[in-house]
Design a binder for this molecule. Structure first.
Ligand code: FAD
Length: 485
């Protein structure tokens, strides 16, 4: 590894074991040169500085989130900046190398609503006169959090970038954390919030980014209601059951680009979140779903799970080395386990199913798939093992609740008894007119099965379950219910 550089006619290479991409809003394109995904996009950020205001003394910094504004006394002048709800993305055709902290053209029309509220809040702004109207670009990320850590695609390639307008205030801590991480090989504390491995490969799509950052800039000052969902750049990753769920009232939330049914609206009920710091509008829906799982049976679409096949002659030895539990189990067994780092800290939380002597099937949260893949790939030593992301190949329908056996037995001729399919085992089953793998696991504290269904058969299996479900009180359930169970 190393860094190639060029200046005028001169050029050269600096040999280095570790490279850190800290190229600000240029980082995405720089990363792309090495096949590294860094989803960020520049936006215009505006502030103004007044002429000197006689008698103005030092004042505390004032933030007015409701008006998207911040105020700062600046050497006898007043500064007013904004994080407006619909921002202006910038640099869609790339950012030239010689752009260096230059100013962008002012846009008074865009800033005016903020200024109007500013004058109302601080009347002296009306008469102070504007000394500088500043517009400069800064990079924003799809979730308003910056990127630290090693690129999952390339060993030795680290980054500290995508600072969402808090790069100055964060620099000391972020720099210290990254330096320790590089030095020790492990994050000094939980840095998952800002870990680059949360980024999804599709997120480098520039249209996705442009639309999303027009929202994330303003979210810096918006109310962070519980369960608040992004409004832009949605519907990129969808389960094959998406339209079926939507037709039955699903209200979706987004994780890692996946649309997931969070709750189901009743017939005639508004299919939108009404955010609140108190009880939100879906409380009773979740209550009914929760009770169905406790007393009858619920169906969750968990297709967003990350699915990884690990196979080859040394698959067992490899997983045995990485996982905390015994992986040398009989084919057909499912093991809930963790992958640990050298200090015993949890790097991954997963189920591992032994499909055959030489093939394992790993199930991880959708949000951690890239991290888990990177962890696995990074730790292959001289073992013969092939690691494949098979997430898109199968939908996951979870039937959970005390009546789940009764329901699944109506749909399939296979044996779902405790003897035939004990907890922690799977078997291939016939269901409707299709096939599935029935994994006997649960995460709701009740009897349950995960059904792994080949993507093209998922809608058929869903329809078969829905038809048979009415008699046993089957209820479609969302992720909020999974959380409360
Ligand atoms: C108007 C405005 C006001 C702001 N106010 C605040 C504030 O009050 N508080 C706060 O915390 N943050 C603030 N910010 C945000 C803050 O300035 C940024 O988050 C911070 O500067 C980002 O630092 P960085 O080092 O990641 O990127 P940058 O400061 O952009 O540095 C990246 C560097 O990489 C260089 N580079 C790019 N490509 C290459 C390459 N191929 N090879 C070598 N070098 C390369 C660039 O020339 C540049 O020097 C503000 C931003 C703006 C625009």
């Amino acid at each position: 590894t190393g860094v190639s550089w060029a200046q005028g006619e001169e050029q050269g290479t600096i040999e280095a074991d570790i490279v850190v991409n800290c190229a600000g809003m240029w980082a995405r394109e720089l990363g792309a040169q090495n096949g590294v995904t860094i989803p960020l996009h520049a936006c215009e950020h505006f502030y103004l500085v007044t002429e000197p205001i006689p008698g103005l003394t030092r004042l505390p910094v004032l933030r007015v989130p409701d008006e998207c504004a911040y105020y700062k006394e600046d050497a006898g002048k007043m500064m007013l900046g904004a994080f407006e709800p619909v921002a202006k993305p910038w640099g869609m055709d790339g950012i030239s190398e010689d752009f260096c902290f230059d100013q962008l053209p002012e846009d008074m029309e865009h800033f005016e609503p903020i200024l109007e509220m500013g004058v109302n809040r601080m009347p002296m702004l009306a008469t102070a006169g504007i000394h500088t109207f500043f517009n400069g670009p800064e990079s924003f990320t799809p979730d308003d959090r910056y990127y630290l850590g090693e690129a999952p695609e390339l060993s030795g390639y680290w980054m500290a970038t995508g600072y969402n307008s808090i790069g100055i205030v964060s620099s000391g801590g972020a720099g210290m954390a990254l330096a320790q991480w590089i030095n020790d090989g492990e994050a000094p504390f939980d840095l998952w919030e800002v870990d680059i491995r949360r980024a999804q490969p599709f997120q480098k799509n520039r249209r996705y980014l442009k639309e999303r950052v027009s929202e994330t800039l303003g979210l810096l000052y918006a109310d962070h209601f519980p369960y608040r969902q992004m409004a832009t750049s949605r519907n990129v990753r969808r389960s094959p059951l998406h339209e079926h769920l939507k037709a039955r009232g699903a209200v979706f939330g987004e994780v890692a680009g996946w649309e997931r049914a969070n709750w189901f609206a009743r017939e005639g009920q508004e299919r939108e979140y009404r955010y609140s710091w108190k009880r939100q509008n879906w409380f009773d829906n979740q209550r009914e779903e929760h009770l169905a799982v406790r007393n009858k049976v619920g169906l969750f679409d968990m297709t967003s799970f990350g699915k990884i096949r690990v196979e080859g002659r040394d698959a067992c030895a490899f997983l045995q080395r990485l996982c905390a539990n015994d992986m040398d189990v009989a084919p057909g067994k499912i093991v809930y386990t963790q992958m640990l780092n050298a200090k015993g800290g949890i790097e991954s939380d997963l189920t591992v199913t032994r499909l055959s002597e030489t093939a394992y099937f790993l199930v991880v949260p959708g949000a951690t798939l890239q991290r888990d893949l990177a962890w696995l790939r990074r730790h292959v030593a001289d073992e013969f093992v092939v690691i494949t992301d098979v997430t898109a190949a199968e939908a996951v329908l979870c039937l959970m609740g005390p009546e789940s056996r009764k329901l699944i037995q109506k749909l399939s001729p296979n044996d779902f008894s405790n003897e035939g399919n004990p907890f922690g085992t799977f078997h291939e089953i016939e269901i409707g007119m299709g096939l599935a793998r029935a994994h006997r696991v649960t995460y709701v504290g009740e009897l349950g099965w995960e059904l792994y269904v080949s993507t093209e058969q998922a809608a058929h299996v869903f329809e078969a379950i829905s038809d048979a479900g009415a008699e046993v009180g089957l209820k479609l359930c969302g992720l909020h219910t999974l959380d409360s169970c």
